[in-house]
Design a binder for this molecule. Sequence first.
Ligand code: OXD
Ligand code: MN
Length: 591
Amino acid sequence: MTKDNLGACNTSNKAVLAWVQEMANLCRPDQVFWCNGSNEEKVALTEEAVRKGILIKLNQKKLPGCYYHRSNPNDVARVEQSTFICTVDQEEAGPTNNWMAPREMYQKLRGLAAGSMRGRTLYVVPYLMGPPGSPLAKVGIELTDSIYVVLSMGIMTRMGDVAYQQLGPGDEFNRGLHCMLDVHPERRFIAHFPQDNAIISVGSNYGGNVLLGKKCLALRIGSYLGRQEGWFAEHMLIQSIESPSGEKTYVAAAFPSACGKTNFAMMIPPAHFRGWKIRTIGDDIAWMKPGPDGRLYAINPEAGYFGVVPGTNSKSNRNAMEMLSHDTIYTNVALTPDLDVWWEGKDGPVPKECLDWKGNKWTPDSKEKAAHPNSRFTTPMANNPVLAPEANTPDGVPISAIVFGGRRRDTVPLVFQAFNWVHGVYIGATMGSEMTAAADGVAGQVRRDPMAMLPFCGYDMGDYFRHWINMHRAIKHPPRVFHVNWFRKNAQGEYLWPGFGENMRVLKWIVDRCAGRVDAVESALGWIPNPKSFDLRGLQKFNLEQFEQVQSINHGEWRREVLMQEELFMKLYGHLPKELIFQRELLVARL
Ligand code: OXD
Ligand code: MN
């Protein structure tokens, strides 16, 4: 395609043409731009975004290919109160989702979208979730009037002609409409229509609300389709762990938003683990389906990472620092006078002066943070120095372990293993975590976040647990299930576990458990490491006693924990599988 016909229509798919026409008639853009995913297109759109002040070109000597974006200050996180699941029957959406009848929501949002793109361009963004040719891959088309969204989707997904190739002449694609409107919280709705495989998002330009392939399609609509079609769409990273002898184990792990999935997925093993290699397949989402050999296979549907910036440094994640040094869009971090980026927790000196995420002058004396706590990077997975080649394998990777985890300052030990699959489902279902800045809400408060899917499950959460329990029958060799907590603290508020790369020790125990190579001790919560066979060698200033402290199970705290689960169980009662109530009874009996 030459420069002259950039933006020209590049599909003959009748369903796509008809739908784009219908939406253009509704939104009334000045022009329609059909994206093809080429580099030439990326260059042209980036230049246009810079010209319009949507992106700032960063210091290309320090950060080649990097750009900076500042969002509207009212639009910095996902908004769960404005996120809706619009099934015909309210009961299907369940008590943890906001619901509105599809007819009513379509009417409301079409009303808001009508004429909203006058004077603007409507971009047609075809994208593929999953490696090309994967039986699990899904096609989506997002129509948006945000050039920031187009450029971000180009990073986060396999965007362009590749999607039309996968789609062929059919009409099975997710229809996503995104209108920025006036970016006002009162006119902000993220609405999902699972029965139509459709999404409408208006009034926001924040990634989690508007990069429709990610939370909207890959998780909310994905989980709905997964139940119908016999697979899982999960809020999980996927990593490969290679031992010095070359044995590879694949692990999928669900942690709530902003609890370190990206860091964990690209962890650097400490010196003591020489020869071990961790590689990333995905950092946020896993689609998993039983394979012909009876194991559970996972793909990462995404092609990039949309991660939290603050706290990233060469200690927490050297790989991430390298990954972010080029071809990255930074959103809502601070901007230094030499057009470099800065955030709280970055290596090196604090700048004497910079512009904060709102564009105001900032000095170290300023009371507010320079970077928003939920400031983000958008970076292609190809930037990841430890990207696993399997990230592009259409069939995915066989998962040996599923790990659930939360951010808990007390009660929950570093690691334990479920007794069996249903017990594992119970552990995932009752997961709790302290809230973070990734969503609007009170940071620090513990909330139940079953399987880290509370904001992302596209149907009744009780039915979702039922799906997990039922899938056991389709998986002859189910993964083992574990729970971890890197964040336990002592009474002085100090972390009990060093975390970061040292989490490799926990991973090694998990890998060895999957291979049947290490013993464990039965506890009220599940199998826990025998301290004698858990590898603590070479760990500075950490003794067996401290290990026992981080692993300790306080029965009083656990009785309280079980009572806290009551709230969720009551809420979900109508559809809650009895197996989970039974698991809870068994736990109480063991305490
Ligand atoms: C994310 C989130 O952005 O979970 O991944 O909020
Ligand atoms: Mn996430």
